[in-house]
Design a protein around this ligand. Sequence first.
Ligand SMILES: C[S@@+](CC[C@H](N)C(=O)[O-])C[C@H]1O[C@@H](n2cnc3c(N)ncnc32)[C@H](O)[C@@H]1O
Length: 297
Amino acid sequence: MPRQCCRLLRYCASVGLVHETAPGIFAANATTKTLAQPAYEGGIRHYFDSVGPTLQVLPSFLAETKYQDIVNPTDTAFQRAFATDLPALKWLPTQPDLFKAFQQMMTVRGAPGAPWFSVFPFEQELGNFAGAHAFIDVGGGFGHQCLSLRAAFPSLENKIVLQDLPETLKQTSFDLKGILPMAHDFFQPQPLKGARFYYMRNILHDWPDEKCASILRNLASAFGPESQILIDDMVLPDSGAPWEATSLDIKMMALFGARERTTAEWLAVIDAAGLKVSRIVPYSTRCQDSIIQVVAK
Ligand SMILES: C[S@@+](CC[C@H](N)C(=O)[O-])C[C@H]1O[C@@H](n2cnc3c(N)ncnc32)[C@H](O)[C@@H]1O
């Protein structure tokens, strides 16, 4: 093996990324195999190429803005890092490689845990709903949540809709058979009326409070008598939040001018949209990823 490769692999072995089976001989381990999957590779690229440069400028950005709350998606450390006036979620789609890495990473976020619908009483809530669209994944990315729901509930075939920006839908390589893809901007009124579930995973944590209220109002405008919104996001504890949650919160601050939220903060945002919470069902213990069930007041 060339000396250069050996040197790099010796480093990888020292931090557990490969096994050193004999002097100068290396083998892939479970970590190597995980990180070689496109979704995890996407995660590494996203953190190196989009999050890293943003966090590098965050300290000076915070000092310049005198540690004020960051609530404007067009005035965050991200704009400084990438010399753009666009919000991160508008700029990233203009950079296909960075955007693909971000979307790939999202397909495995939370993947090792129990799926949300195995804890939230999904079937019971679905009841005998007979409308055309049972489940709309609003801002559903590459469609991974739609696919796992369809696999768990085959009767939902052709009743699940994946909505996202056209740039996202164009890039998905998943076989979306039985799922209806639809380009839709969630800052516009929801065109599909009367669905049972309007589901959003890791959407509202990307936006400041006012924008969240606007997204929620656009969904509520489509409510039929059986409709509800399911927000799938973290609920921060009032104290003692784990590092995974607090670091994601800082990422939301730095890139999007957004935040992870405590129960009180969720209740306030949902109330501002003229809606109410009917229950909160946590489904992952470590980060308190939860389904926040929202209904008309
Ligand atoms: C953090 S990702 C979450 C993706 C997916 N829900 C998940 O949990 O993996 C945010 C998603 O919002 C989409 N998005 C951003 N702005 C949007 C808009 N105005 N309308 C619809 N989707 C949008 C992005 O394309 C992206 O797929």
